[in-house]
Design a protein around this ligand. Structure first.
Ligand code: FBP
Length: 281
């Protein structure tokens, strides 16, 4: 099964490089993300970008995967099925994203890999670690890779009185950067490392703002592969492309991006520029 997992990982990360199109935001943020470019509300539009932009995979929840199963197959873009999810409507301090679908569902829908978000630092982190560990075990037994959205988030990150040593390091890092606490390298590296310790094949994480700090994050996760999460649309293409250049220089295999592609007026232009940086062609 190890060989099968490696072969499917290679499909998403051909020649050690990945360019994944994320489209789970309709659940995580709601349709407000589509207002910027209303065409982006349609799965057909996203699949067209994925195919013409030569993305190495597309991420969706089960509802879209089921409704567009044949279109996804025709587009020949590997599917990553997101197995957990939560909306932004509940705004409590400590997030929990429950498992909603299984590895078996993913296989039935023709997925090449499964994805799961872990909010380390939430008071529900144990529950998410347990669910993700069970998913990884089952995915690997069935021969498919598992990808962790490793996003430390929760009240502990901001409660100075209870701050752990890692959080104190993060607070110090924040003193001389403009980063949010969950973008500082001690926190991002910890989340990425938990992904490795749980057995994830790829982790999707936030950028830490510099090549040097991201290098440490990539090294902390190794041999688990690292992709950068896109984040909100930047003001200019250049701003986003610089981040892509920096994470590649730091040793990441690529990106898993949504809004910075499909919220732009011409998503294929930025896709091509991203491709040049990641694949050099
Ligand atoms: P974007 O490139 O649009 O940021 O998408 C990456 C992603 O991880 C999505 O897969 C997910 O829906 C979203 O970000 C989560 O965003 P947030 O960090 O706001 O919860």
């Amino acid at each position: 099964m190890k060989e099968k997992v490696a072969a499917l990982t290679e499909r998403i990360v051909p020649n050690g490089r990945a360019m994944i199109l994320a489209y789970d935001q309709g659940f995580e943020h709601g349709p407000r993300d589509f207002l910027e470019n209303p065409e982006s509300r349609k799965m057909e539009y996203i699949l067209d970008i994925a195919q013409k932009g030569r993305f190495t995979a597309v991420v969706v929840h089960a509802g879209l995967a089921e409704k567009y199963q044949s279109e996804i197959q025709d587009a020949k873009v590997p599917l990553i099925l997101k197995l957990n999810g939560k909306s932004e409507l509940y705004t409590g301090d400590d997030p929990y994203s429950p498992q909603l679908y299984s590895v078996a569902d993913a296989l039935a829908l023709g997925a090449t890999a499964v994805g799961y978000t872990v909010y380390s630092a939430s008071k529900y982190e144990d529950q998410m670690n347990k669910e993700f560990a069970a998913i990884i075990r089952e995915a690997h037994n069935k021969g498919i890779p598992a990808i962790g959205w490793m996003y430390p988030r929760g009240k502990s990150l901001t409660d100075r009185e209870l701050a752990s040593r890692t959080i104190k390091m993060a607070l110090e890092e924040r003193e001389h950067t403009n980063l949010a606490i969950d973008e500082t390298y001690p926190i991002v590296a910890y989340g990425a490392r938990i992904g490795l310790e749980l057995g994830a094949d790829i982790v999707k994480i936030k950028y830490t703002g510099s090549v040097e700090s991201f290098k440490w994050v990539v090294q902390s996760a190794s041999p688990t592969k690292v992709v950068m999460s896109g984040g909100p649309k930047t003001k200019t293409d250049e701003e986003f492309l610089t981040m892509v250049k920096e994470i590649i220089a730091a040793g990441a295999v690529g990106i898993a991006v949504g809004r910075n592609v499909w919220q732009r007026k011409n998503p294929l232009i930025i896709s091509e520029k991203i491709r040049q940086i990641i694949f050099g062609s």
